[in-house]
Design a protein around this ligand. Structure first.
Ligand code: ADP
Ligand code: MG
Length: 627
């Protein structure tokens, strides 16, 4: 083995460059951050050939005094940090003083700058680490930085460059992140001389989003605002119908810096729980502002990850704010026929129906109160106007509603396939909480869907999904006031399980008891089941327990109590709900539809499927050319 040697500085900077400069987009990120830190109000970017040939950033910021130009290229030279203490109260995007030095070592960099106080600016270049002499430069206040022939002296790196469109994609992404987080700046981006983006200062956020991501998202944003102590959260979250297959469209900014954070990403997804199918991701733009001393930004080479002093509080803030904001929206998906099919009323046009989220009519700023959970209960919300002349009594979230729902299920074993009388409404069909008979004209299709007329249009309901959601909400509400009603077994059931499954089940004993499922240890992997939830009266107790056990075993790590209860409730609701294929009587249909209008959150089932689709009256009239 050769002897240990101190590396020459030129090699050290090249090694450091490898960490900071990975591709053209990383150069652009560093340049833009410098321009933002310089207090610019205008930043113009030009790139050629995906940035491999040229990246030029021109700003009107504070500029660099002529005598400091050589220092700007020196490694670990910065104007943004004075002492180690400053590291814990960083207010700028940059602070390590490495970027320009790194670029200078792997590219041909030209730096031209002038401060407001100087009558003439100066320029200096750096080629593969070699500095030129200082020259006068006759430009305006601000800085002009050109990075040419990236990796010209590191051919291995250059080979790693991808095709131009790929590199351009990365460049745009960096530009997007900075432009979204600094709306006070006017931005332009040109590629090979062609204007790609132009964002004047102060352009409203949704318009920025439309430019970068299109109308589908910008038309379906809800504003979000919440505060907790010194932490402020602002943002725009998209209707669940804008979901994506990856988390890429979840933008998170901390004090004006784009970051990645697993925990906050999780909080965001949790906020959409029940509105997205598995494996789908919400679209959101969140801006967090917190005092610099509550976060360490010096933990990642490109500062893309940070460490929070109190990550749990932030998780809670994001989760609660999003959940409550979405709760305030009517998220029933609308069916819309693209206007391009209007020309031919061919049969094909039906296959071109596409799901569109309802555009938020008004997106009022929303301040979350961060109380544990708002009382939701049952409210008479839709249908409007109420057909009844007398005021509708509000049904509080009491045991009564759950009885009505239990009544909806029928307690007398499996329903027969064809209409089996009014057992679905036996518990409360004529109860005062239900709108008077005949107020809904609904029919059942394929023993699965209910179609009805509303003021807004034609509503198509998935009977299972809707019933499941109604039961889920009712059970959740019911659970707030104590354990669910149980049905005792005269003789406890002995259920044999695999050893691990038994252990998992017994671990969750308390939560299960809350839900009315009382289990005990019989030893040897056998579990004693002594009661089950009354609402599941028509399912065999063993089957209920087995479903719960299967779920517990399928989780890869022990869930939080809240998540566990949520999951189990949704499981119970699924088992208790009417199924697709169950023929319903007119009374049953009416009861189910009436429940929809009284319960909150009925637009999606607990697993994230929509419970109903609206074909608006307007759309019908448009399609039949009545308009
Ligand atoms: P850092 O941003 O971490 O300080 P850089 O290597 O990116 O390190 O920049 C070094 C120094 O050069 C900065 O601290 C700043 O003083 C100066 N500088 C770089 N770009 C600009 C700019 N666009 N406007 C004004 N000053 C700049
Ligand atoms: Mg910098």
């Amino acid at each position: 083995m050769p002897s240990i040697q101190q590396l020459p500085p030129s090699v050290i900077t090249k090694i450091a460059a490898g960490e900071v400069i990975e591709r053209p987009a990383s150069v652009l990120k560093e340049l833009l951050e410098n321009s933002v830190d310089a207090g610019s109000t205008r930043i113009d970017v030009d790139v050629e050939q995906g940035g491999v040939e040229l990246i030029r950033v021109v700003d009107n910021g504070c500029g660099i005094p002529a005598e400091e130009l050589p220092l700007a290229f020196a490694s670990h030279a910065t104007s943004k940090l004075a002492s180690a203490d400053d590291l814990f109260r960083i207010g700028t995007l940059g602070f390590r003083g490495e970027a320009l030095a790194s670029m200078g070592s792997v590219a041909q960099v030209m730096l031209q700058s002038r401060t407001a106080g100087e009558s003439c600016g100066a320029e200096m270049s750096c080629r593969g680490g070699g500095l030129s002499s200082l020259k006068a430069w006759n430009g305006g206040t601000g800085t002009r930085l050109e990075v040419r022939h990236l990796f010209f002296n590191t051919p291995v790196r250059r080979k790693f460059m991808r095709a131009i469109p790929t590199e351009m994609g990365h460049l745009s992404e960096q530009f997007t992140r900075l432009a979204l987080s600094h709306p006070e700046i006017s931005w332009t981006l040109r590629h090979n001389g062609k204007l790609t983006y132009e964002l004047p200062a102060g352009m409203p956020f949704p318009e920025r989003i439309r430019l970068f991501f299109g109308k589908e998202i910008s038309d379906h944003l809800f504003t979000l605002e919440a505060k907790q102590g010194a932490v402020a959260l602002r943002g725009w979250i998209a209707d669940p119908s804008c979901e994506r297959g990856t988390a890429k469209m979840q933008y998170l900014f901390l004090n004006g810096r784009w970051i990645r954070d697993r925990s906050l990403g999780h909080a965001l997804q949790e906020g959409y729980r029940g509105l997205l199918m598995g494996g789908r991701y919400a679209v959101a733009f969140l801006f967090l502002d917190l005092p610099p001393d509550q976060v360490d930004v010096n933990v990642h080479p490109t500062k893309a990850e940070v460490r929070f002093r109190d990550g749990n509080a932030l998780h809670h803030l994001v989760h609660a704010a999003i959940r409550e904001r979405l709760r305030a929206e009517n998220l029933t998906p609308r069916l819309q026929v693209p206007s391009t099919t209007l020309g031919g009323l061919s049969t094909q046009s039906t296959s071109m129906f596409r799901l569109q989220a309802q555009a938020p009519a008004t997106s009022l700023p929303f301040t979350s109160s961060f109380l544990p959970d708002p009382p939701s209960g049952y409210r008479t919300r839709i249908p409007e106007p109420q057909p009844s002349p007398e005021p509708q009594p509000e049904v509080a979230g009491s045991g009564r509603s759950i009885e009505q729902l239990a009544g909806l299920l029928g307690q007398d074993g499996e329903k027969s396939g064809s209409g089996s009388g009014g057992d679905l409404v036996s518990g409360g069909g004529s109860g005062s909480a239900l709108p008077p008979a005949g107020s809904f004209k609904a029919i059942q299709l394929y023993d699965t869907y209910l179609v009805l007329e509303t003021d807004e249009g034609m509503l198509v309901i998935d009977q299972h999904a809707l019933h499941e959601r109604i039961l889920f909400e009712a059970l959740k509400e019911r659970l707030r006031s104590g354990p669910l009603e149980t049905q005792r077994l005269l003789i406890p059931d002995l259920v044999e399980l695999a050893a691990e499954a038994a252990a998992r089940t017994l671990e969750c004993r308390d939560e299960l008891a809350q839900l009315g499922l009382e289990v005990g240890d019989f030893g040897g992997g056998t579990v004693l089941l002594s009661s089950y939830p009354a609402i599941l009266g028509r399912r065999p107790p063993q089957e209920i327990l087995q479903a719960v056990v299967d779920h517990l075993v399928s989780m890869d790590r022990p869930p939080s109590r809240e998540v566990l209860l949520n999951d189990l409730l949704s499981l119970m609701a699924c088992h208790a709900a009417v199924r697709a294929g169950d023929r319903l009587t007119a009374d049953e249909i009416e009861a189910l539809v009436a429940q929809r209008s009284m319960a909150d959150n009925t637009h999606h089932c607990p697993h994230g499927r929509p419970t109903a689709l609206l074909f608006s009256r307007h759309e019908l009239e448009r399609q039949f050319r009545r308009l």
